[in-house]
Design a protein around this ligand. Structure first.
Ligand SMILES: [Fe+2]
Length: 294
């Protein structure tokens, strides 16, 4: 599996890395549960650092400055490798609005930026801010927070031995995918509208439909730009591998009613993508759909 697939137990698919029982264990040093096949499973230092970073989120009080995570030199180097793979893929496959946001935010490529500095820059542009979470949270909690202009972000980075692969969303996906797109005013507005629609959602069936809308747009959306297919979805934008092969997917016209019922497998590259006619088309269709959601 490669970075993008990683994305897939994404925010809306929720495989809890940290469960409630663990949170309340007397020994909080063991709060992070990694699968045996996780690249960092046998690395005690990595696991200790993951626990430290999880603790930052558990202690975090909304609205306060996010404490810095203790990343190592190897992890900072891994961030550089991720960008090295992504930059050419972005130039070729990312939509213009995303490339503009990359310039606007001007994030460091040679070190992992701290959530506090990224959050400050994004908030100054679109009003959205980041808040740390220890691991995946309930879909409703995650999506509803968007209504308040808050993106709940993990803070740990993938294991340094696999810079282009992560079995779970990490800070690279959160920043390179979500935070950068949240610096676009219209994408930020769509994120807020998703949150507001979730707040008006009462049934589990409707919640599922909205989660699929989120998946096929904010996570894996593509659009046409000067006749070419470009990505605006965060899962694509944070995966060099999936950006390269997305052109081979079954590209369907953006039909949100169809997307709401389209099944997906979060553990593989996406075989079906919904393609808007343009950025304006994506924005207008999503806005109209979400505003009228009830
Ligand atoms: Fe995501």
């Amino acid at each position: 599996m490669e970075t993008g697939q990683a994305l897939l137990q994404d925010h809306v698919d929720m495989r809890l890395v940290i469960n409630d029982a663990d949170k309340h264990q007397a020994d909080r040093k063991t709060i992070v549960q990694l699968d045996r096949d996780h690249p960092g499973f046998r690395d005690r230092e990595y696991r200790a650092r993951r626990n430290q970073i999880a603790q930052i989120a558990l202690d975090y009080k909304a609205g306060t400055t996010i404490p810095d995570a203790p990343y190592t030199d190897q992890e900072h180097e891994g961030w550089g490798e991720i960008w090295e793979a992504l930059e050419p893929a972005h130039r070729k496959n990312a939509c213009a609005e995303y490339l503009e946001c990359v310039k606007r935010l001007d994030l460091p490529k040679n070190r992992i930026p701290q959530l506090s500095e990224v959050s400050g820059k994004v908030e100054a542009i679109s009003g959205f801010r980041l808040e740390p979470v220890a691991g995946l949270v309930e879909p409703r909690v995650f999506l509803e927070s968007l209504a308040n202009g808050v993106f709940l972000s993990t803070q740990y980075i993938r294991h340094h031995s696999t810079p282009l692969y992560t079995p779970e969303p990490d800070v690279a996906h959160e920043i390179i995918g979500h935070a950068i797109t949240l610096a676009d005013e219209r994408l930020a507005e769509i994120n807020r509208l998703v949150g507001e629609a979730v707040k008006r959602t009462t049934s589990a069936e409707m919640m599922e439909r909205l989660s699929r809308i989120y998946w096929f747009t904010i996570e894996f959306g593509v659009l046409r730009e000067n006749g070419q297919v470009k990505a605006y979805g965060t899962g694509l934008l944070s995966s060099a591998g999936e950006l390269e092969i997305m052109h081979g997917a079954d590209l369907r016209p953006l039909d949100l009613d169809a997307a709401a019922y389209q099944e997906y497998d979060p553990t593989t590259y996406q075989p079906v993508l919904f393609c808007a006619d343009s950025f304006d088309d994506m924005y207008n269709k999503l806005k109209n759909y979400l505003v009228n959601w009830n």
